[in-house]
Design a protein. Structure first.
Length: 279
């Protein structure tokens, strides 16, 4: 028998609780919490629907599900006049979906419609230029970098966007954005052979992610530290880290990350692009 409680909960507290659950990898719990709440007024109802779409995005990324599109469409009905945050969620979802071609991760433009990629880039630029504050501008810059990097294979053009996102994160005290920017700046350092700078940035990203409570994000960072351990000749340390990443990722329901860890243990570099992408 299920018991229910009627309580007046500030919508800000509800959304913050759902966000914190989502960050820790409790996506289904966060979704159920939001779905269990009703609001008579249009503003809180719209904000709850938008939060549910954002949770779905995080779940799809780490758990390999495909729930965000329907959630975004439902939330869009609550914002007939448009909404920057929902438009950004839609951009993130499109970015994510375009990474998969024929059922496999594909970095670079091969196999993707050039017009679709150009439209995605324009949308990211428009979101950056119309951002209502510095924090949101920083997130739009982050995705400009990711699109430039992972859909256009413009390895020189992406880092300035990441650096701009990092500055915005540091000025606005956003550890999750700073973690994301440092993660990808470190990836470029690693590719350029500057392992000391990559180590510094990846360690900072790991610390920031852990401090912000992101369990899957911290695990993904630990796998990058395992990459550097292997590069430095510490194979035993690299395997120990990756083994724990695989164990934890499997436990929290993040199969994509668990598969990356298993691949690493089998000798695959998770920072290397898929062979067929050529990027």
């Amino acid at each position: 028998m299920t018991s229910t409680v009627n309580a007046a909960i500030p919508v800000e507290e509800l959304i913050a609780a759902a966000h914190e659950l989502s960050v820790t990898g409790r996506w289904q719990r966060a979704s159920r919490l939001l779905d269990a709440c009703t609001a008579d007024e249009p503003d809180p109802r719209a904000r709850i629907a938008r939060a549910a779409a954002q949770v779905a995005l995080e779940q799809d990324w780490f758990a390999g599900t495909d729930t965000a599109t329907a959630r975004i469409e439902a939330a869009g009905k609550e914002f007939p006049g448009g909404d920057w945050d929902l438009d950004f969620a839609r951009l993130r979802n499109t970015y994510r979906r375009l990474l998969v071609v024929d059922g496999r991760l594909r970095l670079g433009p091969d196999g993707k419609d050039p017009k679709t990629l150009a439209s995605l880039l324009r949308e990211a630029q428009a979101l950056r230029d119309s951002a209502p504050d510095e924090g949101r501008r920083g997130w739009a810059e982050m995705y400009l970098g990711l699109i430039t990097d992972n859909h256009f294979a413009d390895l020189a053009g992406a880092p300035p966007h990441y650096a701009s996102a990092l500055r915005a994160a540091e000025s606005g005290d956003d550890p999750l954005l700073a973690r994301e920017a440092l993660r990808h700046l470190g990836d470029h350092d690693h590719d350029a052979g500057d392992h000391d700078l990559a180590l510094d940035r990846w360690r900072r990203a790991t610390t920031l992610g852990a401090g912000a409570g992101t369990v899957p994000g911290t695990l993904s960072q630990l796998l990058l530290l395992a990459v550097l351990a292997r590069d430095s000749g510490d194979e035993a340390g690299a395997k120990a880290l990756a083994t724990e990443v695989e164990r934890w990722a499997s436990a929290i329901g993040a199969p994509r990350l668990a598969a990356q860890a298993r691949g690493f243990l089998a000798g695959v570099d998770p920072t290397a692009p898929p062979e067929e992408s050529g990027s």
